[in-house]
Design a protein around this ligand. Structure first.
Ligand code: NAD
Ligand code: UGA
Length: 343
């Protein structure tokens, strides 16, 4: 009988998700949530995770920039589930790992509805951290090299704090990702959540949206349509391009390794936009014109990852060069645009 109305505290752990988990017939798979899994990087990550028969994969995506088409081969598979879900709303699922990718990544899409972009980065990441806390999952955030802004240190190591405009048209994305990183570390310190942060540098490959607006997809689509390649001024700005299979390998190593990050994942091969246009022209369509056009505000002038940490801590480095990766992407764009290669 309760003595004098004082509350008794219980130290019993919360019940397991289902008593079936304790059954000797239960096969304990790794259950993995991929937010943004219908997008470009997300769908390649899903392909890789599904190769392991011990993995069950759940994708949550609102299809803003992603599509079911990217996951077509897995729909109906017993270890795969796809749900239409916006990460700015809470989600209750029992999972062991969360790859949190949901966020539009191309500047034209993230600037389309900047308030929604920042909500996705902030509220979406809070929701996923809340989920990780509730179910004890490990969570990986796909942050970005944009946290370095228009960098004054080159190449960029992880301990560089960046040069970011907090009120510019890109801020919904780069400041959004910076807050997302802060939230990850605060949940880690305050609640002991297991976190991983990848700072991804420009990644390209098959399945990018044809009219995605990012530079590699723009140039390949333009070359195949016989349109001028639009180099935004001054054209001397640089980027370092990582092929998507290398990126997925790096993300899985980071998730399964013992380091929180942030860790840069990218290919240190650095090119000006004029060099990129010339390479696409040479490889895809030698007759195409290269045209200089106006740029957008706050475009970073140079970007190249320092990947010392990834090499040391993850034993990771990219394998696919730009000249090897571009033809793989060209092949995919040719088949989607219905443009055959001239013999
Ligand atoms: N590709 C790159 O070069 C690059 C570089 C740095 C960081 N990243 C990060 O990697 C992640 C994936 O990028 P990507 O290139 O595959 O982009 P993407 O646009 O192809 O994929 C993003 C996915 O997130 C979904 N999404 C967007 N908002 C959502 C929301 N509120 N709720 C649920 N789903 C939502 C989209 O529908 C899409 O499927 C992003 O977080 C991006 O910031 C990408
Ligand atoms: O890797 C990153 O960290 C970030 O990089 C990109 O942002 P950005 O580098 O600006 O990507 P693009 O839009 O592909 O632009 C790259 C460069 O190409 C130029 N560009 C773009 C498009 C075009 O048609 N022509 C052109 O010259 C831009 O001016 C810019 O200098 C991504 O879109 C972000 O999601 C990502 O987080």
């Amino acid at each position: 009988m309760a003595s004098n109305g004082s509350h008794q505290t219980t130290t019993k752990p919360p019940p397991s998700p289902s008593p079936l988990r304790n059954s000797k017939f239960f096969q304990s798979n790794m259950r993995i949530l991929v937010t943004g899994g219908a997008g470009f990087i997300g769908s390649h990550l899903v392909d890789k995770l599904m190769e392991n028969e011990k993995n069950e994969v759940i994708v949550a995506d609102n299809y803003f920039t992603g599509s079911k088409e990217n996951l077509r081969k897995w729909i109906g598979h017993p270890r795969f589930e796809l749900m239409r879900h916006d990460v700015t709303e809470t989600l209750l699922v029992e999972v062991d790992r969360i790859y949190h990718l949901a966020c539009p990544a191309s500047p034209i899409f993230y600037k389309h509805n900047p308030v929604k972009t920042i909500k996705t980065n902030v509220i979406g990441t809070l929701n996923m951290l809340g989920l990780a806390k509730r179910v004890g999952a490990r969570i990986l955030l796909t942050s970005t090299s944009e946290v370095y802004g228009d960098p004054l240190v080159h190449p960029q190591p992880e301990d560089y704090w960046g040069n970011v405009n907090p009120i510019g048209v890109r801020s919904c994305y780069d400041e959004g990702k910076r807050v997302a990183e802060t939230l990850m570390f605060d949940y880690h310190r305050q609640h002991g959540i297991e976190i991983r942060i990848a700072r991804i540098f420009n990644t390209y490959g098959p399945r990018m949206n044809i009219d995605d607006g990012r530079v590699v997809s723009n140039f390949i689509a333009q070359a195949l349509r016989g349109e001028p390649l639009t180099v935004q001024k001054p054209g001397t700005q640089t980027r370092s391009f990582c092929y998507v299979s290398d990126m997925v390998d790096g993300l899985i190593r980071l998730m399964e390794g013992g380091h929180t990050g942030p860790i840069n994942i990218g290919n240190p091969g650095e090119f000006t936009m004029i060099e990129l246009a010339e390479t696409v022209k040479e490889l895809v369509s030698p007759d195409v014109e290269i045209k200089m056009v106006e740029n957008t505000p706050d475009d970073p002038r140079q970007r190249k990852p320092d990947i010392t940490k990834a090499k040391e801590l993850l034993k990771w480095e990219p394998k696919v060069t730009l000249r090897e990766g571009l033809p793989l992407m060209e092949e995919d764009f040719r088949s989607r645009l219905g443009v055959a290669k001239k013999k």
